[in-house]
Design a protein around this ligand. Structure first.
Ligand code: ATR
Length: 287
């Protein structure tokens, strides 16, 4: 990478930020496209997030990504938010407009949809009810994506029912019915489902296993895991063995970076096997 007087700037703001793979992701695309740009890790304490975001246009930044713990707080600071991100209650990408105003969006929705489209092209929103395990931040993006795509029924399974109820209240639309279920019902709600998505941390290295009997799930239903450490979770291995299309979570992480890169640096990018291998090599399991 060479820095010039015209280098376009973007970065990721978090606290801490050193764990983030986004600098490697965007660095890969900068090398690949040859764009005169730089993407920096920007550690910013929660108390300083407003100052930091307001400084972006002043310093000539094209925008930034946001990670923990800024995704919700930034919502109240930016000048415009796209409607889906507002319903989710979190933004992960900011574009600086030519007039210096800040536009916030949530590209996890795009990341989830593109990953599913790429790895399970046969899936359609009309394939049947979708079962979503979990009701955290990732679940919100997944439910918004499925509802936006036209899924008529989404069944949320979560340990804390109040959290699932809050999610359903925020993301309810006239065209999508959202029902809430405890883990006791998880296997039963798979019957006649067209898609299963795990958004919980269960099955991740260092977390408890995800225990679920997949046998009621129709074999045509893709199984998606947003967990990507390990890349092949027990859930995905079990799904593959039964004959389901299995979709790992790495692609969601990679695709969610595309809208920001394309807006800040002005070049289209793709998720290739080379990129997947590069990011996988950075994913050292933690124990
Ligand atoms: P993210 O932003 O990645 O979605 P999160 O907001 O912390 O992370 O959400 C984690 C999800 O995993 C939640 O649905 C959580 O369930 P609760 O809402 O009941 O906390 C789920 N989860 C984490 N550990 C769990 C466990 N041991 N058993 C069941 N669910 C668990």
């Amino acid at each position: 990478m060479k820095i010039t007087g015209r280098t376009r700037l973007a970065g990721i703001i978090g606290w801490p930020v050193s764990h983030s793979r986004s600098p490697v992701l965007h660095g890969f695309w900068l090398d690949e496209t040859g764009v005169d740009g730089a993407y920096l890790p920007l550690p910013v304490k929660p108390d300083h997030i407003e100052q930091a975001l307001r400084a972006l246009p002043v310093l000539g930044f094209r925008g930034c990504n946001l990670t923990v713990p800024h995704k919700q707080a930034a919502l109240a600071i930016v000048d415009r938010i796209d409607p889906l991100a507002r319903r989710i209650g979190a933004i992960n990408t900011i574009m600086v407009a030519p007039d210096g105003s800040l536009q916030g969006t949530n590209t996890d929705i795009f990341g989830f949809s593109e990953n599913l489209r790429e790895l399970a092209p046969q899936w359609k929103p009309t394939s049947g009810p979708a079962v979503v395990l979990g009701a955290g931040g990732a679940a919100r993006a997944v439910v918004a994506a499925l509802s936006d795509a036209g899924t008529a029924e989404i069944r949320i399974v979560n340990r804390t029912l109040a959290r699932a109820e809050a999610l359903a209240g925020d993301l309810l639309t006239p065209q999508t019915r959202i029902t809430i279920h405890s883990w006791d019902e998880a296997s039963a709600v798979l019957r006649d489902a067209g898609l299963l998505v795990n958004t919980t941390s269960l099955g991740m290295v260092g977390e408890p296993p995800l225990v679920l009997d997949l046998s009621p799930l129709p074999l045509s239903a893709p199984v998606v895991d947003v967990v990507y450490v390990p890349i092949e979770t027990d859930l995905l291995a079990a799904a593959r063995q039964r004959g389901h299309p299995a979709v790992d979570g790495l692609g969601m992480l990679l695709h969610q970076g595309r809208p920001g890169f394309e807006a800040w640096f002005g070049a289209p990018v793709r998720v290739t096997d080379g990129l997947r291998r590069t990011i996988l090599a950075t994913l050292v399991p933690r124990r």
